[in-house]
Design a protein around this ligand. Structure first.
Ligand code: GLU
Length: 292
């Protein structure tokens, strides 16, 4: 499809090349693709490979092959996040200037052992142990060579964002959240808390990369699973802080296996490749995930 569409709309599918695609990914990709066709919108494929410890070239190739088999076409060249680290660093620098980034020296065990470590949809919510360390303590720990991640002071950042705009932080949901939430929604960042912006190895984390890429690629509608609904207020917050345009969100239902769990290789769910090898057609896959 050409980059020029009359609608000015654009959506994307953004897999992480950490494994083979399964029917849940097919549902997500087809939902975005069908929406793009119905709305005369651009369809963009983006490879989210910031996690170099898990990303593998053969998974990327297998994902591209599966998506082509499903009948999708996408704009070239395909953006790989690993090729844009300098861009994300500029975003991090801006957040640092705003005074909303702090170093976190905690290990996983420190976080698990913290007296108050509430759980969110994505596991433990960071209890804020390093949020108020003095500059002296931070400098000493850095001088001792203790590795540190960089986190967003989310409550402070939200306060700044709301003062900058003069409005409460909200986002636009054109799909539904896990509890049927839709329309203009208040952005509740408490379910994600002080998420990591740069990991201890210096790699910029998913949350910053995703909002910068969506803006850079002109994405007007972010279509993705309800598993990321909880992260959307945080993404909206980063968009305001970085002065990026606001996309609308379309969160879709998740495809569950017979036991009611999300399909995943570790639970033995069949991959798209397995299903193809079993002789399933694209129509069979569409019917399997409940798309007409
Ligand atoms: N790369 C993410 C994943 O594979 C998706 C991110 C998004 O759609 O915003 O789960």
């Amino acid at each position: 499809m050409s980059a020029e569409t009359t609608s000015g709309l654009a959506t994307r599918f953004a897999p992480s090349p950490n494994g083979h695609l399964h029917p849940g990914h097919a549902f997500s990709a087809l939902t975005a693709w069908d929406w793009a066709q119905a709305n005369n919108a651009r369809f963009i494929l983006r490879i989210e490979d910031t996690d170099r410890t898990r990303a593998r070239a053969e998974f990327e190739q297998s994902q591209l092959d599966d998506l082509a088999w499903l009948g999708l076409t996408w704009e070239q060249p395909v953006r790989r996040q690993s090729e844009h680290m300098a861009d994300y660093q500029r975003g991090l620098d801006r957040l640092t200037e705003l005074g909303v980034i702090y170093p976190c020296f905690c290990t996983r065990k420190d976080i698990a052992d913290a007296p108050i470590a509430p759980h969110g949809p994505d596991g433990m919510i960071y209890p804020g142990t390093c949020r108020h360390l003095s500059l002296d303590v931070r400098d000493t720990k850095k001088a001792e060579g203790i590795p540190f991640a960089l986190r967003l002071d989310t409550a402070r950042a939200q306060d700044i964002a709301e003062r900058l705009t003069g409005n409460r932080l909200t986002f636009m949901e054109h799909g539904t959240g896990p509890n049927g939430e839709t329309g203009r929604l208040p952005a509740d960042t408490s379910a994600i808390g002080d998420a990591v912006i740069a990991r201890k190895d210096g790699v910029i984390a998913y949350h910053l990369a995703v909002v910068m890429d969506d803006a850079d690629q002109g994405i007007t509608h972010v279509i993705r699973g309800q598993d990321l609904f909880f992260a959307t207020p945080f993404h909206r917050l980063l968009q305001v802080l970085l002065d990026l345009p606001e996309p609308a969100y379309i969160h879709h239902r998740l495809i569950l296996d017979e036991t009611g769990e999300r399909m995943a290789k570790r639970r033995g769910s069949k991959t798209l490749g397995d299903l193809r090898a079993d002789g399933m057609t694209v129509e069979d896959i569409r019917a399997m995930v409940g798309i007409d």
